[in-house]
Design a protein around this ligand. Structure first.
Ligand code: ATP
Ligand code: MG
Ligand code: MG
Ligand code: MG
Length: 434
């Protein structure tokens, strides 16, 4: 993308309404635009990151054996009456009446709908286990939408739903998602710690929240120091036995949110290993048995012909919230520092002298060598303004091209995260960025 033609509106001033750094930076970098309280339009830069985050989530769900579907945002109230949640869900649910006076709602989650879909097709134990997920917009009429996309009213969630024949199967499905979640967040450069958590309106009794530590987090969390030192990606993503080993490790060390905090267990941990911090909930997994399958009449014939009510779990990731969480975890005074895996573009090419034949030519060569992964700053701005924008947006690499280097075919590369600078011939520079 050439900046001279791009819609990448950066702001120099800090927007007054933004209280936390990720919100400020998302507004300043021109990623999102609030259109109503807690409702955002995604501008080109924000949308690219949202897609990259979604892609990682999708790859790890697929790898864990879940299958993608896409359910609608609007649901019939009837389904929620069947499960018994319609009245209890309260004011967070946006309720809608259609022209025929039918009660509808904008889905805050999809347990009911997916159970209803699945029960149409599942007839026998051979149809189990299954795990279905989608990445879809949700609406929750949060009493206090704030912190930008971190607590929006409309937000993008990945939600998966598992169906198993029995409790053992359901626990295995849970462990697979547990492992997939660790990998998903690690691939985005985040340290997300699974913590024992309350189940809230979803229900059930086995539940973990995945939490990243950040000063601006809304909940207080307690954890054992060991959990911060474990290399998640060193593990095999597919072995079955390993899903259970992975979960055993993580649950062998103390980690709990406020609501589940157990003073006695905490006091048993040596003081030097205790970490009390604030955290951001980026994912939440639940095993709730037959809470929805039973009232909604989902049954299958078991191996011996007897009727079985499948055991279910659900697994959410706050896809749009993750953008805020990643920025909270990775920024400095100048702006965002995108981890490579989710960066909107890998590289900004800063032409310090548009019009200089050698500089223009070298910029075009780099641009062509990085299809769809480079932004070419060909604007007639001062060099200082170009540096500031590139630092603010946080491309992992900057290729800085001036007439002198260009005459020798040399590219100056700057790594955003470390400030390290390298002078390399074109081919080597491209190889570095790729
Ligand atoms: P919170 O405690 O932050 O209100 P929750 O526990 O109500 O979240 P879940 O029902 O567990 O949320 O939904 C799954 C995931 O969806 C959460 O872990 C979070 O990452 C994300 N999420 C929930 N509410 C919001 C929101 N208002 N804005 C953005 N993401 C959200
Ligand atoms: Mg909530
Ligand atoms: Mg919560
Ligand atoms: Mg939750």
């Amino acid at each position: 993308m050439r900046l001279s033609r791009a819609f990448l509106p950066t702001l120099k001033e800090t927007p007054a309404e933004a209280q936390i750094v990720s919100h400020r930076l998302m507004l300043r970098a021109g990623m999102v635009r609030q259109t109503s309280a807690g409702i955002y339009a995604w501008l080109p830069l924000g949308l690219r990151v949202l897609r990259k985050v979604s892609d990682i989530v999708r790859q790890e769900q697929d790898l864990a054996g879940a299958q993608e579907i896409l359910m609608p945002t609007i649901q019939a109230a009837e389904l929620w009456k069947e499960s018994g949640r319609y009245d209890g869900y309260g004011k967070e649910m946006l309720r809608i009446i259609d022209r025929h006076d039918r009660e509808m709602l904008y889905g805050p989650t999809n347990e009911e709908m997916v159970t209803d879909i699945f029960k149409t097709y599942a007839k026998s134990y051979r149809d189990l286990p299954r795990n279905l997920y989608h990445i879809q917009w949700k609406f929750r009429d949060e009493i206090r939408p704030r912190f930008g996309v971190m607590r929006g009213r409309e937000f993008l969630m990945k939600d998966a739903y598992s169906f198993d024949l029995d409790a053992d199967g359901a626990r295995e499905s849970y462990r697979r998602m547990f492992r997939a979640y660790l990998r998903t967040f690690a691939r985005m450069g985040l340290k997300a710690i699974p913590m024992q958590a309350d189940t809230g309106p979803i229900g059930g009794n086995l539940s973990h929240e995945f939490i990243i530590l950040a000063e601006t987090g809304e909940s207080v969390v307690y954890l054992h120091k060991d959990l911060l030192e474990f290399d998640v990606l060193a593990q095999d993503p597919s072995g079955t036995g390993e899903a259970s080993a992975v979960m055993d490790f993580w649950t062998s060390r103390y980690a709990a949110t406020d609501e589940k905090h157990d003073e006695a267990a905490w006091d048993a941990i040596p003081a030097e290993s205790q970490i009390t911090a604030r955290g951001i909930e980026v994912g939440h997994i639940f095993y709730f048995g037959t809470k929805y399958s039973k009232p909604m009449g989902l049954t299958v014939a078991g191996p011996d012909g007897a009727t079985v009510v499948p055991e279910m779990g659900s697994y959410g990731i706050g896809v749009s919230r993750l953008l805020g969480a990643i920025i909270e975890a990775s920024h400095d005074e100048e702006g965002i520092i995108w981890p490579d895996a989710v960066a909107p573009f890998a590289c900004a090419i800063l032409n310090l002298k548009p019009g200089d034949a050698a500089a223009d030519a070298l910029c075009e060569q780099i641009y062509a060598a990085l299809p769809n992964e480079a932004v070419l700053d060909d604007r007639g701005e001062r060099a200082g303004a170009k540096f500031a924008d590139a630092d603010l947006i946080g491309y992992p690499w900057q290729a800085i091209i001036g007439p002198r280097g260009a005459a020798k075919g040399i590219v100056e590369l700057k790594r955003r995260a470390t400030g390290e600078r390298l002078e390399l011939p074109l081919d080597e520079a491209i190889a570095r960025i790729k």
